[in-house]
Design a binder for this molecule. Structure first.
Ligand SMILES: NC(=O)c1ccc[n+]([C@@H]2O[C@H](COP(=O)([O-])OP(=O)(O)OC[C@H]3O[C@@H](n4cnc5c(N)ncnc54)[C@H](O)[C@@H]3O)[C@@H](O)[C@H]2O)c1
Length: 258
């Protein structure tokens, strides 16, 4: 039996990439498309037979809801979740505040919830390499993070950069304090600094680079996303997996190394 999928944020760039991939997957069926009132109806040209509802729960969610909307889209979805509804949830929406994180954790007590600020397998490997680098390098090395995204991105630093900051803070042998950009007479770099730089421009899908600088040598580990389809592919991989899990909050660590 095909897995039935609903997309929240269906008219967005990620939403449309998901529609395209679900359409092409023999084991998946597009159940419903949800977006906000006054949404751009672009997705309806991709899935003409599935109208875009102007809000969550206006049509049958099927087995898994994939959310790539905005913070408000995810908030509305979680706050209006009917008590009897049991679809699994996969969300990749970034920039979650504490309330949204708590709402996700609360929902995960009832249904399986998968959340990843980056659904890419390569970025997951980058996080694991960052942990390993923290073990291998002398704690005296400096570490900096540079990310670049397209000129319409709403949040900075990116959700992935925030994840990488947390990963480094947890793994580094001494405390690291993020410094978001530098300018003016800021003086020598502090030993505990983790410089974070957010570049924005053009149509760049997503680039992240970790720079480890030691005495007379520099190690750079970087990842470039070639197209949005890779995130959509990762999200659908999560859908296929989460559909068979008990209620709980899951992430890339569970999916890649279950
Ligand atoms: N986790 C990942 O791997 C990953 C990858 C790419 C993008 N993202 C994140 O996914 C989200 C969407 O990215 P995008 O590039 O598709 O953005 P986008 O702006 O192109 O699309 C967002 C869509 O959400 C809709 N939306 C906004 N508010 C809504 C609401 N209240 N209810 C329902 N729908 C609403 C918009 O109308 C739009 O159709 C962002 O948070 C982005 O950072 C995550």
């Amino acid at each position: 039996m095909a897995l039935t999928i609903t997309i929240n944020g269906a008219c967005g760039r990620m939403g449309q990439a998901l529609v395209e991939l679900v359409r092409a997957a023999p084991d998946l069926t597009l159940k419903s498309l949800w977006d906000r009132p006054g949404h751009p109806a672009a997705a309806s040209s991709v899935a003409a037979d599935v109208p875009v509802a102007t809000g969550p729960w206006e049509s049958d969610p099927g087995m898994v809801i994939v959310d790539f909307s905005r913070e408000e889209g995810l908030r509305t979805l979680l706050k209006s979740w009917p008590a009897a509804a049991t679809p699994a949830l996969v969300s990749g929406t970034t920039g979650l505040d504490e309330e949204l994180q708590a709402l996700l954790a609360q929902r995960a007590q009832r249904v399986p919830v998968f959340y990843a600020a980056n659904m890419s397998q390569g970025i997951h490997a980058l996080r694991l390499l960052a942990r390993r680098a923290a073990e291998l390098l002398d704690g005296k090395w400096d570490v900096e993070l540079v990310e670049m995204h397209h000129n319409r991105k709403a949040d900075a630093p990116s959700g992935t950069a925030s994840d990488l900051i947390e990963t480094l803070q947890a793994a580094w042998p001494r405390p690291l304090q993020p410094v978001f950009g530098r300018s003016g007479l800021c003086g020598p770099r502090g030993e505990d600094e983790l410089g974070v730089f957010a570049l924005r421009g053009g149509s760049v899908v997503g680039e992240h680079e970790l720079v480890f600088a030691g005495p007379d040598e520099t190690l750079r580990i970087s990842h470039q996303a070639g197209s949005r389809l890779l995130f959509a592919r990762g999200a659908l991989r999560a859908c296929r997996w989460i559909a068979h899990q008990p209620p709980g909050l899951y992430g890339m660590d569970d999916l890649v190394d279950p």
